[in-house]
Ligand binder design. Structure first.
Ligand code: HEC
Length: 138
């Protein structure tokens, strides 16, 4: 009888241990799965289709202005007394609202580029987002 009790006893202990261990494993598995599905959610938050590059003044905004505006506002051209050569120059028309008003063709501003098609939607998106971020000198 004694030996049977002993077997039963240790059998239960083994059983409980098994439940505890598998419980801990299951807990971590569930947590891992949860964190996986959460990070997946973050990845699938829809981004703006133009959001494919790092938005900086030197890497995106300045080249964009050089290409579309310097003919009249850079390299010695000062049409409308607007100069866009340096960050400080651009900053002036950012903070008085004229850059935003001109490129977005808002009422009360001269639409830019002057008598040409409005900038493409990604260029506008970059300028607007950069202004929205506080027009950093980066
Ligand atoms: C073909 C020449 C030309 C190009 C290209 C051009 N501009 Fe202009 N810009 C002008 C002229 C001329 C004026 C003055 C217009 C006026 O007084 O109505 C002006 C005025 C401005 C003003 C002042 C607007 C206001 O209402 O006070 C801003 C800001 C400006 N330009 C920004 C830009 C930007 C940014 C670009 C490029 C996306 C650009 N311009 C491209 C000729 C140009």
């Amino acid at each position: 009888m004694k030996s049977i009790n002993f077997v039963n006893h240790s059998g239960y202990r083994y059983y409980y241990k098994f439940i505890t261990v598998s419980g801990v494993i299951a807990f971590f598995l569930i947590m891992a799965l949860l964190s996986l599905s959460c990070s997946k959610d973050e990845d699938t938050i829809p981004k703006h289709p133009c959001d494919t590059i790092e938005l900086t003044f030197s890497g995106v905004i300045q080249p964009l202005l050089q290409q579309n505006c310097f003919e009249c506002h850079g390299d010695g051209s000062t049409r409308g007394d607007v100069i866009l050569d340096t960050y400080e120059d651009v900053n002036e028309i950012v903070f008085d609202g004229r850059l935003y008003g001109a490129v977005n063709h808002l009422a009360g501003y001269s639409a830019m580029p002057y008598f040409r098609d409005q900038l493409d939607s990604c260029s506008l998106y970059f300028i607007n987002k950069w202004i929205e971020e506080g027009a950093p000198d980066n």
